[in-house]
Design a protein around this ligand. Structure first.
Ligand SMILES: [Zn+2]
Length: 179
């Protein structure tokens, strides 16, 4: 019996060997998803990676092995005009990131938007600018984005603080599942 691995064919003689290889493959897929979520951004498939919220409405993402990470949710792709130049990018016009259960995020989920999540709180995001036909025109691995105003007002309510969009820092977003 043979199955395809990444670039090499595994020859397996017994069912147990097959099972072990499948487990290694599955585990490496989970490790890969974890790494992508923690370091870059994971495209969410809600059947596999549902968005979870804790009792104060903070957003988390579940991996297929049950691990749950505090995560920021955002739309990674933005449609740009035909004649686009990266110098014209205005941060105010880019998609905002969400870190609480807010109406904007609910709307995105309801209309089936392609959502990405990151558990990296450095404030810079993987981001793609695409044309009308969906082809990538420009990619930025470290795009600075602004937080969603609804999420900030939720944050202010929870913590009795008064941050505005321009000086909100992503490193403030650290709550536990049980909070
Ligand atoms: Zn929001």
């Amino acid at each position: 019996m043979t199955i395809f691995g990444f670039g090499n064919i595994l020859k397996l003689s017994t069912f147990n060997e097959f099972l072990t290889e499948v487990e290694i493959f599955t585990n490496s897929k989970i490790s890969f998803d974890r790494l992508i979520l923690l370091e870059k951004s994971l495209k969410l498939d809600f059947n596999i990676n549902p968005i979870m919220i804790n009792n104060i409405g903070a957003t988390f993402v579940k991996l297929s092995n049950g691990e749950i990470f505090r995560s920021i949710i955002y739309v990674e792709k933005q449609i740009v005009p035909r004649f686009f130049s990266p110098q014209e990018i205005l941060i105010e016009n880019l998609n905002r990131y969400h870190f609480y259960q807010c109406q904007n995020l609910s709307n995105l989920i309801q209309k089936g938007a392609e959502l990405s999540a990151t558990a990296n709180f450095n404030g810079f995001f993987k981001y793609s600018f695409v044309n009308n036909s969906g082809s990538i025109v420009y990619k930025n691995q470290n795009q600075h984005l602004l937080a969603c105003k609804n999420c900030i007002s939720e944050f202010n309510k929870q913590y009795g603080t008064n941050y505005n969009v321009n000086n909100f820092r992503t490193d403030l977003i650290t709550v536990s599942q049980n909070e």
